[in-house]
Structure formats: C-alpha cells, structure tokens
Design a protein. Structure first.
Length: 345
C-alpha cells in the first residue's frame, strides 16, 4: 500500500496571511518528498477560506518545481466548473511541468454554495452529468483531434495542447461513493478515490465492497487502483489523541456549515460554526472521532492500515485538513514517515 497527503491551505483566522499558509503547505510537501511518500493531492474549491485552492494546478506546479519524485494529484477538478478543452490542456501542462508526475482526479462537485456562485445556482446533484460527459473527452483530447456534440459541450475539431508526457495518458481518478459512480469509474478505466468521512472501518469496508463489485461487473477492464482518503493523526503519548480528535471534530462542524449553505459567509469566513452537540451529532464526539478516524500511536495505526491493505486498498491518503496547527500537522506526518510507513516498505 502506498501513502499520500491530501492537503490545502485552510484558514480560520484572518490574522494569518495566505503567504504564510502557502509556505507551510510547501514545507509539508517537502517533508513528504524527503520522507518517501508517494504523492500529494490538492483539490479545487472557490470563495472559501476553509479550503483554499481555486485551481490545484497553481499549487501543484509550485510543488513540482521543488520536488523530483513526489507524484502530483489534482484531487479533484470539479467537472461542472471546467470546459473539456481547457481542462485537458491545463492538466497536460501540469504533466509537462512535472515531467510526467501528474495524476488527474475528477468529481461532480459537492458544495451547493459553489454551484450557486459558479454555475448560476444549478443543483449540485446535477454535477454527475458533467462528469460523465467530461471523462471520455479528456482522454480523446489528449490523444488527438476530436469534435464533440454533447448534451453540455459542443465544439468543432480540437485537441489538447500541450499533450501529456505520460503515455498513453496520466491516470484519471474519480471520486465515488454510490455503486453507480464506482461502476462508471471502473467501466471507463479510471481509478477510484473514496472517503468514509467521519465514519469508521465498516464504512471503508462497504466502499471497498462497492469497488470490488464494480470490478466484477466489468471483467474486460484491468483492475484500476483504489484509494482511501481519511483523516489521520499519529501521536506519541498515550493521551495525545485529545487534541487531534477535537481538531477534526471542529473541521467537520465547519464542513457542515459550508455544506448546509444556510447563511452567506463574510469575506470568505463562516463565523457561525456550531459548538459540539453530542446528542445531535454523536459521530463528532471526541471519543467517536478517535475510534473512527485513523488516530493513534504508530503501532495502532499500523494494525488498522494492515487491515485496509488486506481488503484491497492500494493507496491510503492522509487528509491533512483538520484545523490543527502547522506544527501539529508536521509532527504527525514525521511520526507517520518514521514509524508507520516502514512497516509497508
């Protein structure tokens, strides 16, 4: 099983500058490169300080220039917010800049907040039709000339300029949860990224089962890769889990505020993140977060990850967005690199 980081600049305090957050993100990526991790992932979000990355290519290009081995995952481009020709060309340019280290994730989108601002209020539930039309087009544009007359996009003969360094093409990943999404991804030769969010090992097992069923339903397609994205925090002391559990609980309460889309943010911030209500949201209680997230000392983490590896998980991505400080994130990643990753070498 390979390991990666999934991270962004996340900002809860207006006194901390974007430049500082950028430099801290680069330091975490340097640590990943030096520690032999496989990949970093950076996604796409708009108009929210909670997750800062209006275009993953900008950050990934900066990382590419200071690394040589680390693979660079755009995880994920939100298909409804892109034109296929533009996405194919920009993704290929990332592959050129990184000399063949790019991997391209695509998703239908999640936040209605973003659809209200970038797509005229169209329902986020409609994002799947953009994704299904986009995926085959990207590969065709990478291969050469193609004209397209689809439900969403229409254009005369065109191609991707530049072309990717990797041949026949960079790996395409699709974020999936329901069986139809898994089946679409596998049928189109795409690898699959899943997240149990704040659920535990049983959710990972269920998502893995859906992936396996999609593979079985498409026997003519070579098995793609499966990646699990999950919050993880490695600590040294017996009681050090409390700070991580509290931080991740706060992250998910903030996530819920953005996803609820009930009140507009102020200058990119939501200042109305609710306090913890264990009766209403028992999964966000610190004890539940500790149990369901990958929080623990190295040997505890190794044991759980070995079970993930045994059920067929190819890549485990540490979700570093967690409202903790840079120093807390850095120290956890160091412990993972030094004491967890070697068990999977």
């Amino acid at each position: 099983m390979k390991f990666s980081l999934f991270l962004h600049m996340e900002r809860y305090d207006a006194t901390i500058s974007h430049r500082q957050l950028f430099e801290e993100l680069l330091q975490l990526c340097d640590l990943a490169e030096q520690g032999g991790l496989h990949k970093v992932w950076i996604g796409e979000h708009h108009a929210m300080e909670f997750t800062i990355s209006p275009n993953p290519i900008a950050l990934l290009s900066a990382i590419a220039e200071r690394t040589t081995k680390l693979r660079l995952g755009a995880g994920t481009f939100v298909a409804p917010f892109w034109h296929p020709i533009r996405l194919a060309g920009e993704a290929a340019m990332l592959d050129v800049i990184s000399n063949g280290r790019a991997e391209i994730g695509l998703a239908r989108g999640a936040y209605q907040f973003e659809f209200d601002r970038l797509l005229g209020g169209e329902s986020a539930n409609a994002g799947g039709k953009y994704l299904r039309e986009m995926v085959p087009l990207i590969r065709q544009l990478w291969e050469g000339d193609v004209a397209h007359d689809g439900e969403i996009w229409q254009f005369p003969v065109s191609t991707s300029v530049p072309k990717p360094v990797q041949q026949p093409a960079p790996t395409i990943w699709i974020a999936a949860r329901d069986p139809d999404s898994h089946n679409f991804a596998v049928a189109n030769g795409c690898s699959v990224m899943v997240t149990p969010l704040f659920k535990g090992d049983s959710e990972v097992e269920d998502l893995t089962r859906k992936f396996d069923e999609a593979c079985a339903a498409n026997p003519s397609v070579a098995r793609p890769q499966l990646m699990v994205l999950q919050h993880a925090h490695v600590h040294a002391g017996a009681d050090d889990w409390h700070r991580a559990a509290d931080g991740i609980s706060y992250f998910y309460r903030a996530f819920g505020t953005w996803a609820g889309n009930r009140t507009p943010p102020v200058n990119g911030f939501h200042h109305d993140v609710p306090p913890l209500d264990v009766d209403k949201f028992p999964d966000l209680a610190p004890d539940a977060i500790r149990r369901n997230m990958m929080i623990g000392r190295p040997n505890e983490i190794i044991g759980r990850l070995k079970r993930y590896e045994a059920i067929g998980v190819d890549e485990y991505s540490i979700w570093v967005d967690n409202s903790l400080t840079f120093e807390e994130k850095r120290d956890s990643i160091r412990l993972f690199i030094d004491h967890v990753a070697p068990a999977f070498a």
